[in-house]
Design a protein around this ligand. Sequence first.
Ligand code: FMN
Length: 203
Amino acid sequence: MYLDLTDEGNKINIYSQLVGGITPRPIAWVSTVDSDGAANIAPYSFFTVASVNPPVLSVTQVNPSDNKNKDTLNNLLATKECVINVVSHELVEQMNQSCGNYPSQVSEFAAVGIEATASQVVKPLSVAAAKVRYECRLREVITISKQPAGGQMMLLDVVGVFIDDNVLIDGYIDPDVLNTVGKMGGNEFATTQQLFSLIRPEL
Ligand SMILES: Cc1cc2nc3c(=O)[nH]c(=O)nc-3n(C[C@H](O)[C@H](O)[C@H](O)COP(=O)(O)O)c2cc1C
C-alpha cells in the first residue's frame, strides 16, 4: 500500500499512520508554571533533541480540536521556562495520569500525587523521582499550523541538566539504570530493557 497524500481521502487516518510508524518516541514530561505560579505537568512524545551546540530540545503541541492551546504552551508563552523530566519505567503510571484534561488552575502534581522538588535555576518544579531533568527556557515557538491537529513546535534552550549520580557510570548515563520508556501508536508503550550494540563503520 502507498498513501498518496495529495489525495485528500488518504489523510483521514494520517495521525495513526504517523504515530504508529514513528516509534518509539521518547517522552518529555514537561513541567511549567503559569503567570500566577500555579504548577503544571504533562507528557509530550513529539519530542527530540533539535540542536547540540547550542543545546536545544523540541516539544510539539498537537492542537486540540477546540483549537485552544494546551496549558504547557500557554505557560511557556507566559513564563518562558520549563523542566523536561525524563520518564523512567517506574514513573509511567503517574506520567500517564498527568495527561488528564485537568482545568488550568489544577496542578497535576497535586492531583496525581507526583512528588516535586525545586529546580536549580528555573521556577517550574522538577519531578523528584526523575533521574534526568533538563531545565529549559523558551527559545521560540514555530507554528506549523493553527488548525486542529496542527503542530506548534516549542524550541527550548537547555540551561542546566540534573543527573542523578546513581545513573552515571564513568561520566555517561547508563541506559539500564535510567530505564526509559517510549511511546508507540495507540495506547502502547515500549521499554528499553533489551538493548543491543552496533559499532559504526570507520570509513
Ligand atoms: C505518553 C503521552 C504522550 C503525549 N504526547 C503528546 C504530544 O506530543 N503532543 C500533544 O499535544 N499532546 C500529547 N499528549 C497529550 C497531552 O499530554 C494532553 O493533551 C495533556 O492534557 C496536555 O496537558 P497540558 O494542557 O497541561 O499541557 C500525550 C499524552 C501521553 C499520555
